[in-house]
Design a protein around this ligand. Structure first.
Ligand code: WTA
Length: 656
């Protein structure tokens, strides 16, 4: 869709009505909103019936702000819910994962019966290694089925896993192991990426030099490289797991048993160990998976294109889908492993019906051109999802038109590591969708947008996103630091969860997420979102990607600095950089307002991103303000930072 067409379309309709095809067959029907809002706590108790409880809970919510307990007298086993009960119900032959390797042609099919046998053997192996109820186990693994198996085996024993994204450094791994005192690590010798093996075990060895409490390391052989071996500590997966019995009789644990620890960055340098407990978390991931993605487990092939090292992988590759006995794709590679059309080939081959990914990936795929998806049959797709950051309308429309064939609803899902599950999203078949808007709170969730004093803002106004009452999958806290938990999330607006995101209610009352609060700029007293300016820039036909920061400015408080990647290479653009920059500034002024005109625009061939694909805006702000760069270990390519710093010396700017 051209920019002119997009603008014309936006002016005319601004929203897509729910598709009648979805409305007829949707898992969720419109009455769900009223049913849930009439009595959210009771409604969640009913949703908890999606799980198989060993002892049915009689308690629902106990709320001692900000500490919640859900279903506290219930007992269950997460792994039984994900695997055993499906096999017992005769669904053992159903495929749990079509695993697709990084290398062309490498794949595995894992049924629920296979998964049961693998999980039981692994649970028995972990017992032999000494893992027991209440322990913490770090998982540092590539995207291979054994990663999921390890997670399920750990929680099966009543231990908690702390999955650390395999792209993190040894330092990051050791600080996470130490923070939650993990005594075991599950890892692999290495991982594959675009055909090349990269070692993982050396990072574990290095990390463990400062983690004396780690007793045992379970190592999957993936790349078959030579590895350093610590006798008495390291154990090969194929040696210890394979010889175990595939029978394991589970114990049952309280609903509030901790099952997940997931580190996420906060405003300080020390990552927060967000932890989740069992019954509430599983209830809500099960419920949202079925309602938001409208999954029909008998027929759908679902692909959450994320890494298990992040919360999206936990909730929508592992627990949500498995609880519902869904069939999924698990893909090891990056989007261009084996060619830039790899994704479209996977969708065609496995007839994927539901695709869930991040805006940053959509923009990358978009940059690679329309011809790639056009060359493949994507007609199996029936629903698309996005998560992780605000999606700009142009990427949303491209996703809809070029991937979804204008027939698939798009669910823009807002949530966080802390929320455990999706909280804000359209429901397909019920809610209208708008390009760039997450629309409304899901049933059973109370959301508000408030001003500085905590008062609700009206339609057409922006403010801070807060969650007004407890929800089952909410984090129970920051591991070992209840004070930080209170202070970070519950103090700014007492009694309400402060998400740290800006949001706007449009004239219809629908929600638009505007990015992190720390990315909201104040320019001469005008509040402007970095995202809004980014949307505007990315809406220009020459722009591939843009990151905007508010840099401090003596006169205006903050000033807008934009880092922009052009669709053509920057070298090409250098023919007339000043003209391009001026054109972009005018474009932003046209789309938003002259007050949103960037003070500086820096053209750069790439933007610095974290390994999870998020643009590092804080770092860009440091660059823009010429501050020291600090720790950049989570960058995909630290050289980009140097390059951007250099560019700062040569950028074109304007000061009118
Ligand atoms: C952002 C990822 C706009 C938001 C599941 C949030 C989004 C942070 C959206 C959490 C969305 C996530 N629209 N922004 N649909 N989804 N975010 O913990 O700023 O990695 O606070 O969890 O991502 O990131 P996290």
């Amino acid at each position: 869709m051209t920019e002119a067409k997009l603008e014309a379309w936006l002016d005319e309709t601004r929203s897509f009505a729910p598709s009648p095809q979805f409305s007829k067959q949707a898992n969720a029907q419109p009455s769900i909103y009223e049913e849930a809002s009439a009595d959210p706590v009771t409604w969640w108790r009913r949703e908890a019936e999606r799980l198989t409880w060993h002892d049915e809970p009689t308690n629902t919510l106990e709320w001692d702000m900000p500490f919640a307990k859900w279903f506290s007298d219930g007992t269950l086993n997460a792994s039984v819910n994900c695997v055993d009960r499906h096999v017992a119900a005769g669904r053992g032959d159903r495929v749990a994962y079509h695993w697709v390797g990084d290398a062309e042609g490498e794949s595995r099919t894992i049924t629920y019966a296979d998964l049961q046998s693998m999980v039981n053997k692994t649970a028995n192996a972990l017992i032999e290694m000494g893992v027991k109820n209440g322990d913490r186990v770090a998982v540092y693994m590539p995207m291979i089925p054994e990663a999921v198996v390890a997670m399920l085996a750990i929680v099966r024993l009543g231990a908690a896993h702390s999955v650390v994204f395999a792209g993190f450094s040894a330092d990051a791994l050791s600080s996470r192991i130490l923070d939650s005192d993990c005594q075991f690590v599950v890892t692999a010798d290495g991982a594959f990426r675009r055909g090349a093996a990269s070692p993982l075990k050396p990072a574990v060895d290095e990390a463990l030099e400062s983690c004396p409490n780690v007793k045992s390391v379970l190592v999957v052989r993936r790349t078959a490289d030579d590895v350093n071996w610590v006798e008495g500590r390291d154990v090969w997966w194929h040696e210890i797991v394979e010889r175990q019995s595939d029978v394991h009789t589970p114990d049952y644990f309280p609903s509030e048993q901790t099952m997940i620890i997931m580190y996420t960055s906060g405003t300080t340098a020390k990552p927060k160990g967000i932890y989740h407990t069992t019954g509430g978390y599983l209830t809500q991931v099960a419920s949202t998976y079925m309602n938001v993605f409208d999954v029909k487990p008998d027929t759908d092939v679902c692909w959450t294109a994320a890494d298990i090292g992040w919360i999206t992988g936990h909730s929508y590759i592992v627990y949500g889908p498995l609880i519902n006995c869904a069939t999924q794709i698990m893909y090891e590679g990056v989007p261009d492993s084996g060619g830039k059309d790899r994704w479209w080939r996977i969708i065609e081959q496995y007839k994927v019906t539901i695709l869930y990914t991040a805006p940053t990936t959509i923009r990358t795929l978009m940059k690679w051109g329309d011809d790639l998806p056009k060359g493949h049959d994507l007609s199996s797709l029936r629903l698309l999802g996005t998560v992780g950051e605000p999606i700009n309308p142009e990427a949303w429309m491209w996703y809809r038109e070029h991937i979804g064939g204008n027939r698939c609803p798009i669910v823009d899902t807002w949530w966080q590591t802390e929320t455990g599950a999706i909280l804000i999203s359209p429901l397909p078949g019920i809610t209208a969708t708008k390009p760039g808007a997450a629309m409304r709170a899901l049933p059973g969730i109370g959301v508000d947008v408030v001003d500085n004093d905590g008062n609700s803002v009206g339609n057409g106004e922006g403010g801070y996103l807060v969650i007004t009452h407890p929800w089952p999958a909410m984090t129970r806290g920051i591991y070992g630091d209840p004070e930080r938990f209170k202070e970070t999330y519950w103090t700014r607006f007492p009694g309400k969860y402060f998400a740290g995101d800006g949001a706007k209610r449009d004239d219809d009352g629908d929600l638009w997420l505007l990015g992190r609060i720390d990315d909201v700029m104040n320019i001469s007293g005008h509040r402007l979102s970095t995202t809004e300016v980014e949307h505007a820039l990315v809406g220009h036909p020459a722009v591939a990607e843009a990151a905007v920061v508010g840099a401090s400015d003596d006169t205006t408080g903050q000033a807008i600095v934009a880092f922009v990647t052009l669709k053509m290479s920057t070298d090409d653009a250098s023919k007339d950089q000043v003209a391009v920059i001026e054109e972009l500034r005018l474009h932003v002024a046209r789309v938003i307002s002259p007050i949103a005109k960037p003070r500086q625009i820096i053209l750069t061939p790439e933007l610095p991103k974290t390994r999870s694909g998020k643009i590092m805006r804080r770092l860009l702000r440091d660059v823009a303000e010429n501050r020291s760069l600090g720790d950049v270990t989570t960058l995909t390519d630290p050289t980009v930072v140097n390059m951007i710093s250099e560019l700062m010396g040569t950028e074109a700017s304007s000061d009118d």
